[in-house]
Ligand binder design. Structure first.
Ligand code: FAD
Length: 393
């Protein structure tokens, strides 16, 4: 007789691998079906928080870390500010190695190089048909098959989805050293979006993301801005990919199917960052299933991610409508960077970030006043000294 799996997971990216890891660890019979063969390329900046990873998994990620991030630079027009980061926070990974490593930790049966083509849900089970003609049946199914989810489409979920668009290029420029350990975020070049330069072990991942860009706008802007930074994209492939956004108003579950991460549209509405939300939603899907309460998953997502995303959407609207003011009072303010680091590490959500931004504004203005005064009296050395005293990394 054919095996009936407790859970079929479609997609072996970070969301699917995380769900499979926690379900397998609890002794559930899990099948992961992954269209590609890992390690596979995924268009992604690969920036994430190490302390977040450490808070989620009991194993080390040391072997697949490309770069330790020491500082972040924000650029808007001719303004630029570099903020040092605590050493244990941000890391850079390449998604081929990261995803393969995470999937390898799962105690699950894995079919690789096989795409799910059809999903059929009946009152008692859910079945899938794959590109190589196989079928599999499970009691539940997690759709973790990314932004263009076949599962979501097959079961009638996320029909009116909102999408941002992004492009990523992996380049090997001569100016590599200029960016080592110091990712750069560039604002003001594209409406409702930004560009990035992320240092990896031996190359740079550069990219651009924006909400509703005009046709060709991302490609042209990316080339122009990178060339200004002495990074030529000639001869390197551009990888385009959608970034889905969750509005909290749409269903992401049926009786037997739970959507996770990009398939549910859970990417961060401000930055497009999604690995943290992939891991969180994969874990929540596993937790709901292990508690025999899969119907609670949608509520869990709204409570832990959805409400925060709403506030993030509001903050994103404010930032992109008043960019220069927000840049001066936000990017220059180390308390704001710290609030965002806490967000990336999963310690706080956007409501806390918004409160911190406004609550620390008077303190920031006072600190800056003192620092400028120290500079006037004691010169640049005194100014730097006081700055490091007030804002330790
Ligand atoms: C250009 C760009 C830059 C980004 N930069 C960052 C960043 O720096 N930091 C960050 O945190 N996030 C970033 N993100 C977001 C992040 O990449 C995604 O949110 C994250 O990959 C979502 O994980 P996932 O597991 O849902 O989906 P994915 O990583 O897309 O994995 C889905 C998997 O499902 C498989 N699949 C698809 N269809 C099928 C099928 N029919 N059958 C079987 N398998 C299937 C795919 O092969 C894939 O392996 C970026 C996104 C883009 C587009």
């Amino acid at each position: 007789m054919d095996t009936i799996y407790d859970v079929i997971v479609v997609g072996g990216g970070p969301a699917g691998a995380t769900a499979a890891y926690f379900l397998g660890k609890a002794g559930r019979r899990v099948l992961v079906i992954e269209k590609a063969t890992q390690p596979r390329y995924k268009a992604c900046g690969g920036g994430l928080s190490l302390s977040f990873l450490e808070s989620q998994f009991p194993f080390s990620f040391d072997s697949i870390i490309e770069t330790d991030v020491e500082a972040i630079t924000y650029v808007l027009d001719e303004h630029s500010v570099t903020i040092p980061l605590p050493t244990s926070e941000m890391r850079m990974v390449m998604r081929d190695r990261f995803d393969a490593y995470l999937l390898a930790q799962a105690q699950a049966e894995v079919w690789q190089g096989v795409a799910v083509r059809k999903v059929t849900e009946t009152p008692g089970c859910v079945s899938v048909e794959t590109s190589d003609g196989r079928t599999a049946t499970g009691i539940l199914l997690i759709g973790a098959d990314g932004a263009n989810s076949v599962v979501a489409q097959a079961v009638g979920l996320r029909r009116g989805k909102a999408l941002a668009a992004a492009i990523e290029v992996e380049v090997f420029p001569e100016v590599m050293d200029r960016f080592a350990s110091n990712p750069v975020f560039i604002f003001g070049e594209v409406r409702h979006g930004y560009l990035w330069i992320f240092p990896k072990a031996s190359h740079l991942s550069v990219g651009i993301a924006a909400l509703h860009p005009k046709p060709g706008e991302l490609q042209v802007t990316l080339r122009r801005v990178m060339s200004r930074n002495a990074i030529s994209l000639d001869g390197f492939q551009m990888h385009g990919h959608p970034i889905p956004l969750y509005t909290g108003r749409e269903a992401i579950t049926t009786r037997r199917v739970l959507l996770a991460s990009d398939a549910a549209g859970l990417a961060d509405p401000f930055s497009g960052e999604g690995i943290r939300l992939a891991i969180t939603s994969g874990r929540l899907a596993a937790e709901a299933i292990l508690a025999n309460r899969p119907e609670q998953y949608e509520k869990m997502i709204f409570r832990q991610i959805g409400f925060s995303q709403w506030c993030g959407l509001g903050l994103s609207w404010l930032f992109y409508h008043f960019q220069m003011v927000c840049f001066i009072f936000g990017a220059h303010n180390p308390f704001v960077t710290r609030a965002f680091i806490n967000l990336l590490s999963g310690r706080v959500g956007y409501p806390t970030v918004v409160i911190r931004i406004f609550a620390t504004l008077p303190l920031f203005l006072l600190s800056e006043g003192l620092i400028q005064l120290a500079g006037l009296v004691g010169g640049p050395k005194k100014r730097r000294w006081l700055r490091t005293r007030i804002y330790p990394a």
